[in-house]
Ligand binder design. Sequence first.
Ligand code: SF4
Ligand code: SF4
Ligand code: SF4
Ligand code: FES
Length: 984
Amino acid sequence: MIRIEHPNDPSKDYGTPSPVTYAEIADKSDLDAITGIIDGVEITVAKGTSVMRAAAIADINIPKLCATDSIKAFGSCRLCLVQIEGRRGSPASCTTPFEEGMVVTTQNTELAELRRGVMELYISDHPLDCLTCSANGDCELQDMAGAVGLREVRYGFEGENHLDEVKDESNPYFTFDPSKCISCSRCVRACEETQGTFALTIENRGFASKVSASQSQDFVDSECVSCGACVQACPTATLTEKTIIEAGQPEHSKITTCAYCGVGCAFKAEMEGEQVVRMTPYKNGEANRGHSCVKGRFAFGYATHKERITTPMIRNNIDEQWQVVSWQEAFSFAAKQLKGIQAKYGRKSIGGISSSRCTNEEVYLVQKMVRAGFGNNNIDTCARVCHSPTGYGLKQTLGESAGTQNFDSVEDCDVAMVMGANPTDAHPVFASRLKKRLRQGAKLIVVDPRRIDLVKSPHIHAEHHLKLLPGTNVAFINTMAHVIVRDQLYDAKFVAERCETEAFKQWMQFISDDKHSPENNEKVTGIPAADVTAAARLYATGGNSAIYYGLGVTEHSQGSTAVMGIANLAMLTGNIGRRGVGVNPLRGQNNVQGSCDMGSFPHELPGYRSVADDAVRSTFEKAWGLPIDNEPGYRINNMLDAAVAGEYKGLYVQGEDIAQSDPNTHHVEAALRNLDCLIVHDLFLNETAKYATVFLPGSSFLEKNGTFTNAERRISPVRRVMKPLAGKEDWEVTQDLCNAMGFPMNYSHPREIMQEIASLTPTFSNVTYERLDKEGSIQWPCNDEAPDGTPTMHLDEFVRGKGLFKVTEYVPTDEKVTRRFPLLLTTGRILSQYNVGAQTRRTENNTWHDKDLLEIHPSDAVDRGIVDGDRVKIASRSGETHLTAQVTERVQPSVVYTTFHHPESGANIITTDNSDWATNCPEYKVTAVQISKVIQARQNSEWQDQFESFTEKQLELQPNGKELQHNRDKLQPNSKELADIESK
Ligand code: SF4
Ligand code: SF4
Ligand code: SF4
Ligand code: FES
């Protein structure tokens, strides 16, 4: 056993995957090694390495076509033949393991002749259009023809060939040109192994073999989820991005981080000039390990969409025409308004909302502007409405407001309990990694009212799908814990050593009560007693058990209680503090973790430290040079309530669309209308901006520098690849506004903001841009105690010392079903759209989801005379809206479901003001509703009609609407004209 270095040059294809796991690499494990000789060079590699990979490690590149290092070797092309001393024939190097003492020859005349013969056959059935082909210069077939010295093709001029095969252009992002296919099956294997969708097959055999999507369907109609793994794996131009066909091969690239979900995939943004022509998942990205989903890889077109607003605008009230002004005029106007409000209504009458879509540095500046420039703590973030219960619940029990693992950890997991999360839609790359582990034999428990895709998909079948009734999470978790205690399946040693004794005793008394038994809770949760009992036993005894959860846990009146219950379960079974286990909140947006870390909550300074703590406050006061209010400020819901009451008059909103995303739209709209000054800082004139008096144009993730922190606490760089269309990065806009308010800021680069964050936040103290450039990403805490960062938390002790069991009494929500509102509405996301849809709706992703639908079970549909495709009214105690019905057994009887990606759907007209008792996270997941068929000619609800006319009016109020539209159509981001304008 010796230490072996693991080469990971991301620009190199080693031909076959490494036999060493990420865990072994991370742990710097000693491994069984083998030494042999390839072309006279002595090489030592880990046992299980292929001859091809061993050679590649020694920079000996064996020609190959069907092999690539992201998928298992297949051995079909016969190009990688080698000779091995003592063996007959010419084995394929990709499928032959390197062995101790092996002596390999990769180049000689005989092998060269064999390879030329193989290549000649491929080329004889391939269009000879290399010079005009979109892949010219980036085609492995072309490269290999050169590598084997093919000069002449003797066959193929007569007889059958595939050259007239018809292209499939149905997918909006890539084409499939079968005339160029060499049937290497790399696409098929990528779809299976990397993505886990199994959408592709090779149909037929021999000459008739061809790649087929699902049942010989067009790509767009097949099961394909457009992740692009097949496109990336294809060695020819058969599967090619349309952007490459249109714009040509990229000239340069930069590594950056996806701006969509909390997986935080690393990408190589490939550019031609300032135009992004391709986003390629970065092979060395530690969150995604070279994979991506349709959003990150393809849905970047919104960044240059014609509806981007690229000039500051102001107006006195929302009935006035917008006036285009200079940045300086906009800042002066906004500062004057805000200061005027404070003079009239008091210091606390204004505040700000930061965004989990923005960078850490931007979020840090917004909270600093509010605390220092506005002089109060009225700062909140959209994490309030998603994962604030995670922050609260995990801090209480474990001592740190964050998930405990990294994504690699799933590779060591034996039982995954996925609760209130839908990873294949909302966290697709993590879902692919989880599915890989499940295909290797790990067990799956799904806890969800709805049948999500994970429950049953190719080669995956959940051991248990516990279809609980919305709103009963805490009762369910208590039942799980009750069974584990009752059956004495808990880890008494772990609890005794690692947890607070007194609290555990109290909790044991609580949980042992028979009221939590599966039989008693069956009628509460709707889960059969036998099923929950079996699931509890599996979780407690199945080996490494990990809980992955999402907004289906947090967005409830008992969201924080449920999170604490999850932490209890992990501590009870000792499933915390090592790889493969843990408590893993799947964060919705790209920087939810970071926005919370950066002090976006009204009661906490960066690093989750209380504003009431004199010592903490004085650190910031010294650094910022002025006193900080010691009282917590308003949460978003407090801001809205105070606005309706006429006491809160000025609001700065960066990168959020509360008019669409927050619950009870009527209330939100009333609050926004009541503001005297609403400053919206965003890419588009979104729903909130319709109520704004100042619009400050934002910059997309492609236009700025900074960092995002994903669900693993991984801080990753965001790098500017094009100039900001409006001329300023978002942090500059906040800085200029703050300066106009009279509180000076003078950063010249986000690097300096990170230096300040690190100097004031103990968990970030060793984080620097230099390290991020060198190491790629860092998981916090990263400080003197953890200089390399922290992949797994709570290893030997909890951050709070001893783990704290919290009593989690189940309290049913106030939102009750009645005869008037007999069904429960719950909400969620879909793969192709993201959050309020502001970005993805402005891409081709609309191909898959151009409207929100209402899922209803056939029995509930029949009762109401509803058939698939009917327009239906959804009425709740808060309001009503109309959607199109989708009759499906995905939802259980008495539960209906919708997504919230399209503003005109008005999903939040329905949701109520109920919220989590501890954090005010809205109870989006439980709303009592009635569904009825819309029989009148009018297809829209009253609110939807008002929405349409208000939208139309606001569009008319845009300055020079037609002219702007015309200019935006003309100005493409790469055009010289735009560059000239920007440079002025
Ligand atoms: S895009 Fe992804 S899901 Fe679709 S066929 Fe290719 S690998 Fe499979
Ligand atoms: S489409 Fe590409 S990857 Fe798939 S079999 Fe054909 S050449 Fe190989
Ligand atoms: S999984 Fe999330 S972070 Fe990764 S590419 Fe998709 S949207 Fe982006
Ligand atoms: S690369 Fe080894 S057989 Fe194709």
